[in-house]
Design a protein around this ligand. Structure first.
Ligand code: LLP
Length: 410
């Protein structure tokens, strides 16, 4: 397998494993595809940097002309540090202390408010002096995905529910808050055709009740294909549906509002590959396990969401197939794949876990006191190290060892 002409086996030799490798060109292509799909309408792409919070990747996005979606003040600061202007950043946190919103206002970024208590505090403090966007939960449910990753259902913690709209409006009126945008985020895996279309229609319906919006923000959630035959809502199809709803809304509203998006996964998932080396092949008499030098400490998605990630054996791509359970080296159940047909795996073989650019490294941990992998970004045919592998010092840096002999502890 090659990225921009570079063999992943050579990259693994050079930088070691486990290793995250990102194809910068693929990221650029995804940005271009997103734009192309929505050509004809005024859109703004805010890269949801939570998906892959690497400064070089954020800088790449800036160079490609995207704006930035952030969920924490440190993410805002990272965005500013790589050259995003404050007004190119939107702060979309949830359940944060109001002091974080104050910090974000001080940094000059766009503000998204998603609950009644913070809307009240925002109004009290800023009145009409600082505009804000309001995040709604339109109460549209998909049965197709696990509750862990769907947020439009009635029990969701996200957003101001449609049933609370009147309450929100009375706060907005009381303080004269200038609402410049309406926001929804559908969750990352809910993008079925009818759900999204329904959601869009609902949001525009709510938008009509606001006087002078500049934008409607549809959040992220655009899916990518994890299996070759997976039926997903294609970006062009999604765009067509949304453009139609938008056109109808523009006509009713009498003003064209921009469409904002916050894609994370769509822009970076497919660009990423986790490279890991097989440490052993063993059997328990029932199953054959291929043990690798990684684990859910590096890629938690298979264990946490039952996510499917395609696995390639880069050292024996065309070998005879056998059934393997690919496991990590963590001290509890730690599967990357269960009973999967793969070309014969031998000790030392290099495996590639695909589609791991989003929510891969960022959800990694040091569990079992193992180092998080390094990250490499391939640009213009060259492999660049963009984050070093953890070292022992990183594990102990913030720990304070008590001196049990001294009086200080007694
Ligand atoms: N906007 C908001 C408000 C969000 O909460 C998210 C993701 C996004 C945008 C970006 O969504 P995307 O386009 O990347 O799907 N760890 C999970 C995904 C959690 C998504 C959290 N919010 C996973 O590995 O699938």
């Amino acid at each position: 397998m090659k990225i921009q002409g570079l063999d992943l086996k050579d990259i693994a030799e050079e930088f070691g494993t486990p290793l995250y490798v990102y194809d910068g060109q693929k990221m650029k292509d995804q940005v271009a595809t997103f734009r192309k799909a929505f050509s004809g309408v005024c859109i703004r792409i805010n890269y949801a940097c939570k998906a892959l919070t690497n400064l070089s990747v954020m800088k790449l996005m800036k160079n490609e002309g995207t704006c930035l979606d952030t969920v924490s003040v440190p993410e805002i600061r990272m965005g500013l540090s790589v050259g995003f202007e404050p007004n190119e950043i939107i702060f979309t946190p949830n359940c944060v202390d109001f002091s974080e919103i104050v910090e974000a206002v001080d940094l000059g970024v766009n503000i998204n408010i998603e609950n009644i208590p913070n809307l009240e505090k925002f109004g009290k403090r800023y009145g009409s002096t600082v505009p804000c966007c309001v995040r709604m939960n339109p109460f549209i449910v998909s049965k197709e995905n696990s509750e862990k990753v769907t947020w439009w259902h009635k029990q969701s913690k996200f957003g101001i529910s449609v049933s609370q709209l009147e309450e929100a409006r009375s706060i907005i009126d009381k303080y004269g808050i200038r609402v410049n945008g309406l926001h929804i985020h559908s969750s990352s895996v809910i993008m079925s055709r009818e759900i999204f279309r329904k959601g869009a229609a609902k949001v525009f319906e709510i938008a009509e009740t606001f006087e002078d919006l500049d934008f409607v923000d549809f959040g992220g959630g655009v899916k990518v294909r994890h299996k070759v035959d997976e039926d997903i809502l294609d970006i062009y199809e999604l765009a067509e549906g949304l453009k139609a709803e938008h056109a109808a809304f523009t006509e009713r509203y009498g003003k064209e509002v921009d469409l904002w998006f916050e894609p994370g996964r769509f822009l970076v998932s497919e660009s990423g590959t986790l490279l890991t080396r097989t440490t052993m092949v063993k059997t328990n008499g029932e199953r054959v396990f291929a043990g690798v030098d990684s684990g859910f400490n590096h890629l938690i998605r298979p264990m946490f969401y039952d996510a499917y990630h395609e696995i390639l054996n880069l050292d024996n791509p065309d070998g005879d197939k056998a059934t393997y359970t690919v496991v990590g080296n963590i001290c509890e159940i730690d599967n990357f794949a269960v009973d999967r047909e793969l070309p014969e795996i031998k000790e030392g073989h290099l495996l590639a876990l695909k589609n791991t650019g989003s929510y891969g490294y960022v959800m990694a941990s040091n569990y079992n006191s193992r180092m998080r992998p390094a990250e490499v970004l391939v640009l213009d045919g060259k492999a660049h190290l963009v984050r070093k592998r953890d070292e022992f010092e990183d594990l102990v840096r913030n720990q304070i060892v008590l001196d049990f002999e001294s009086e200080k502890v007694a």
